[in-house]
Design a protein around this ligand. Structure first.
Ligand code: BGC
Ligand code: ZN
Length: 367
């Protein structure tokens, strides 16, 4: 079967490769779930893997099949599988366990090992192919009513984890009730974070460079009843002067400079969560004394958050569902750039470098 792959270490090596069709029996003890791939989303991670900034091939291969945002339909299940059946729509988690205690207890998103195994990213083949098989533990069912958003299950899981982490960590404050959040960036993660935080009743300001006028990202943020703020028109300093400092800053711009600089604006007792993966080696100047002083005097919290495990997929899908009930028809506007079939892999990569392409995804098969 066809698969879109890269040669790790070689920039711009995206190509079509071949893998044998997997079988449900590839997974021992009747725990296999064979999935026919319907759609796969791509993001900046796929672009940076193709730029050879990171990503390694699985043992025994000189290529890595990319694509970690999966959506498909169950074709066949082993005897031990009870939570999904053939015909169900599913997504599949990304990270696979290493050997640390976190991996052993089902929290592989929190692994304490340097090497991590992620399908489509590092040391495991991804989903940009026709079929995949995996252990029942990693297969997450997607209700029929949000199957049109199924390809967003993975990014929604990343957001669900980051938001969960903020609330978990802020239990240190005993009575913390966040009123406002600044979401930095209006890519898929920023927009889904806008949704998740609105569903929690937080007033959300979604900040990004582009003008609001005729901008689909602004339309989506406002569709979730968030406030879209174009930093070309209103600087973050002006916004703070107007609405005060936020209780939460959710950083998802892809710019490490913005991530550091925005620390100036977090409110007292606030929490800032970073979700951008910045593969480069940029350096930046920041007002370090000022930030240090204010963070100490304000008991502020910084946390990084990566990946999402099975539970976060479930929460992310629940958010997509609740989003449909609360803000019907808004989330599907994220799905801006469909690609027709695996053969069009070059078009897929080319679109990923276009800033206005909010969500690029491949229609692998009908279903
Ligand atoms: C993926 C995560 C992954 C992270 C680090 C992100 O693009 O969505 O699942 O853990 O990259 O590789
Ligand atoms: Zn991703």
């Amino acid at each position: 079967m066809k698969a879109i792959a890269v040669t790790p270490g070689t920039p711009n090596s995206v190509h079509l490769n071949e893998l044998p069709k997997p079988s449900v029996d590839d997974i021992a003890d009747g725990r296999g779930v064979l999935v026919r791939v319907l759609k796969v989303g791509v993001d900046a991670t796929d672009r940076e893997i193709n730029d050879a900034l990171y990503g390694n091939a699985p043992e025994g291969y000189d290529f890595l099949v990319i694509g970690h945002e999966s959506f498909g339909i169950v074709e066949e299940v082993g005897d031990a599988v009870t939570h999904v059946k053939p015909g169900d729509y599913v997504s599949c988690t990304v990270r696979r366990p290493g050997g640390s205690i976190y991996d052993v207890i089902g929290h592989n998103d929190m692994t304490s090992e340097e090497v991590y195994y992620e399908r489509g990213i590092n040391l495991r083949h991804g989903y940009l192919t026709e079929f995949f098989v995996d252990d029942l533990e990693y297969i997450v069912r997607i209700p029929e009513s949000v199957k049109h958003l199924g390809v967003l299950a993975e990014p929604a899981s990343v957001v669900a984890k980051a938001v969960e982490q903020v609330y978990e960590a802020q239990r240190r404050l005993l009575v913390w009730e966040p009123k406002t959040a600044f979401v930095l960036g209006s890519g898929q993660i920023g927009l889904l974070a806008t949704l998740a935080l609105r569903l929690k009743g937080v007033e959300v300001y979604t900040l990004a460079r582009s003008a609001a006028e005729g901008n689909i990202k602004a339309e989506i943020a406002e569709g979730y009843t968030g406030h879209y703020v174009s930093t070309a028109e209103t600087s973050i300093d002006d916004l703070v002067a107007k609405v005060g400092r936020p209780d939460i800053i959710f950083e998802s711009t892809g710019s490490s400079w913005i991530a550091f600089d925005a620390m100036r604006h977090l409110g007292l007792n606030g929490a800032m969560v970073w979700t951008s993966i910045t593969g480069g080696d940029n350096e930046a100047t920041i007002p370090a004394d000022k930030i240090n002083l204010e963070w100490v005097l304000g008991n502020k919290l910084m946390l990084g958050s990566v990946n999402g495990n099975f539970r976060h997929f479930r929460q992310g899908i629940a958010d997509l569902l609740q989003g449909e009930m609360t803000y019907p028809g808004v989330t599907e506007k994220i799905l801006t750039h469909p690609i027709d079939g695996l053969d069009n892999y070059q078009q897929m990569m080319d679109l990923l470098v276009e800033a206005m392409a909010l969500k690029v995804y491949v229609n692998v098969a009908e279903g």
